[in-house]
Design a protein around this ligand. Structure first.
Ligand code: MG
Ligand code: MG
Length: 625
């Protein structure tokens, strides 16, 4: 099977869309009539542009309100079809997609529709083209793929085939078993779309919330299994109407599209051990064992300030890079890398964003296989300059131009701290911090689906349900991807309001990036005491919070007083208790959180509005309410 995409998925003009589609590796495209109508060139110009890019225009669509029209209108619908055939001949496209009639005056009857399609098939054949019939979930009389197939079957015409669209099938919760017995050579086209499960009007859901496979909740591997049983070997085409995609860059969205199909075929393979023809197997999803290090790009001045800040959090210098102005700071199992280089990747990151997290390094089961999988998923590999004898650490581009490095315990990469650094023995007390608990990344709202797919296609992670958090400036939408054991937890935050802290971060920081890092402590009160002794100012939490907490939980008064004394927030769920405290922000750019989990699985969402309010009171310009 070949990957394809409909022009409606992307933003921009038609030429720009075609360029993006070809650049992402597609060889087949569906042209939406509206894109053609709003384009400057003629259909023949579009055909030439596509051909120059190596793209086949496989489908022209949609042709609406065709079958079952009463006699008075019937001949006019055929005239309309002939005009579409004219355009298709100029486009050098041989398949017209007909979606089922929604007109109130259209007439029911499978035989009537089959007669219409037989005649349309005759006319199409004379012009050397074909037609495909799709059941829209909201079609007037035909809204079930089984009925559309019955129409096609009875039309019994070589130029008339069936179009299957996963969205319309799942929208009506139609069973997939009947699909298995449809002969593959009678299927003209297969369209794929995923969607989040939302309880809303199907038409609105379809027009605004469809997404690429792997970004939503529909069981598309089951759809693919049923499709494989038919023997179909034509195009697998993405047809996605989504507001976020229309606001995104066409190039980036087209790459996501290709990634989503590669990932879907990988999931089909994992489930059935059958590789869909035209695709090749990937190394399995990468198992993340933990965060190896977090790297900050700084200059000398901000670097000195950041080093004194993390020193006050109990971190110690444990290594100096052998060839670069780079220092390793550690505590428990946490490594922070401070990069003060005056050239290279970290420096350009600093120039763009100021003091910032420029890279994350994840410890995975197999770093080489992870990079291999990433490349096959259309992620962008990165190679930096390395000194003689130093390790080449596999890396890909991550959020906002940052890097994602991989080490593993099975290769030489496990020696990174001894090979690339001269170790320094740390002395003195720490602050009971043991591990990176979670990393919170802020991004533009339209990019969230993209990063969700990036992480979940590459790593063995699951998504937690999306939560909406009330910030004084609006709603922040937060979604977490995490491994089952919590070795990796990344929160993806975005907001459509310009006034939330998540959005202000994007403006201040000039793009997406890490807004906060949560360190796990094995004793939050020991950490709080160490921070206090080191003169660290924590985020002040108002008295009201503790009054409410007491009323809600009936917490032991002694514990409540301790929480209050150290500005510690508290939550509990069925699996345990959670303690959180926050540092003030570093130069209004990012901040640290300290958490202690006693079996607790969540992220203290209930406390987030209190924290956001407290931070906003301290933000430059004061509270924004
Ligand atoms: Mg469709
Ligand atoms: Mg947090």
């Amino acid at each position: 099977m070949r990957t394809a995409i409909a022009t409606v998925c992307l933003s921009g003009g038609l030429d720009e869309k075609l360029d993006a589609i070809a650049a992402a590796g597609f060889r087949s495209v569906e042209i939406f009539e509206n894109d053609l109508l709003s384009s400057n060139g003629t259909a023949a110009d579009v055909a030439k542009h596509a051909k120059d890019l190596g793209l086949e225009i496989a489908v022209f669509q949609p042709f609406r309100d065709f079958e079952g029209m009463p006699d008075a209108q019937r001949s006019r619908t055929f005239d309309r079809a002939e005009r579409k055939f004219d355009v298709m001949q100029q486009l050098d496209c041989d398949l017209l997609m007909v979606c089922s009639n929604v007109a109130p005056d259209s007439l029911a009857g499978i035989d009537r529709a089959a007669d219409d399609f037989r005649e349309l098939g005759d006319r199409a054949a004379k012009r050397g083209v074909r037609v495909g019939f799709e059941a829209l979930a909201w079609g007037r009389h035909v809204n079930d793929y089984r009925d559309a197939w019955e129409v096609v079957r009875r039309a019994n015409h070589p130029a008339v085939g069936l179009v299957l669209d996963s969205f319309h099938i799942y929208a009506r919760k139609t069973e997939l078993k009947s699909m298995r017995s449809i002969p593959g050579d009678r299927i003209a086209l297969v369209q794929l779309a995923d969607a989040p499960l939302l309880n809303m009007d199907v038409l609105q859901w379809s027009r605004h919330f469809r997404c690429f496979p792997g970004q939503g909740d529909l069981p598309l591997t089951e759809f693919m299994e049923a499709l494989l049983a038919t023997g179909y070997d034509g195009d697998l085409s993405l047809e996605i109407f989504n507001d976020q995609f229309r606001a995104g860059s066409p190039r980036a969205v087209a790459v996501d599209a290709q990634r989503s199909l590669v990932y879907l075929m990988d999931q089909v393979y994992a489930k059935t051990q059958t590789m869909v023809a035209g695709f090749s197997p990937l190394p399995p999803r990468s198992k993340c064992l933990g965060v190896e290090f977090i790297e900050f790009a700084v200059d000398d001045t901000s670097g000195a300030e950041l080093e004194s800040f993390i020193a006050s959090l109990g971190f110690k210098v444990t290594g100096r890079h052998r060839s670069k102005a780079v220092t390793r700071w550690s505590q428990g199992g946490i490594n922070l890398v401070i990069n003060k280089e005056k050239e290279g990747f970290a420096h350009s990151h600093f120039v763009t964003h100021g003091a910032s997290v420029c890279a994350l390094c994840l410890r995975v089961a197999n770093a080489t296989a992870t990079l291999d999988r990433a490349e096959k998923l259309c992620d962008t590999p990165f190679r930096g300059k390395i000194g003689e004898g130093e390790l080449e650490i596999p890396a890909v581009r991550g959020l906002g131009g940052s890097l994602l490095y991989f080490t593993d315990p099975a290769s030489v990469l496990k020696n990174i701290w001894d090979v690339d650094f001269s170790p320094i023995a740390a002395t003195g007390p720490d602050a009971a911090l043991t591990v990176v608990d979670h990393i919170s990344q802020s991004m533009h709202y339209e990019d969230t689906l993209s990063w969700l797919l990036f992480y979940s296609s590459l790593f063995e992670v699951q998504r937690t349900p999306q939560v909406d958090i009330t910030d004084p400036g609006g709603i922040v939408r937060s979604q977490v991807i995490e491994t089952a054991d919590g070795a990796l937890r990344i929160a993806l935050n975005a907001s459509q309001s310009q006034r939330t802290q998540s959005s202000r971060f994007l403006n201040e920081y000039f793009g997406s990036g890490v807004q906060h890092i949560a360190f796990g402590s094995n004793d939050i009160f020991a950490t709080a005491a160490a921070l206090k002794a080191n003169g660290v100012e924590t985020l002040p939490i108002p008295e009201n919070y503790y009054d409410d907490l007491e009323a809600r939980t009936g917490l032991d008064p002694v514990l409540l007083d301790r929480l209050k004394a150290h500005n510690v927030l508290y939550d509990k769920d069925d699996s345990g208790e959670y303690f959180q405290l926050y540092t003030r922000s570093f130069k209004d750019l990012f901040f640290f959180e300290i958490v202690e989990r006693r079996g607790y699985k969540g992220f203290g969402a209930i406390n987030a509005p209190v924290r956001l309010n407290a931070q906003s009171r301290l933000a430059p310009g004061g509270p924004e309410l």
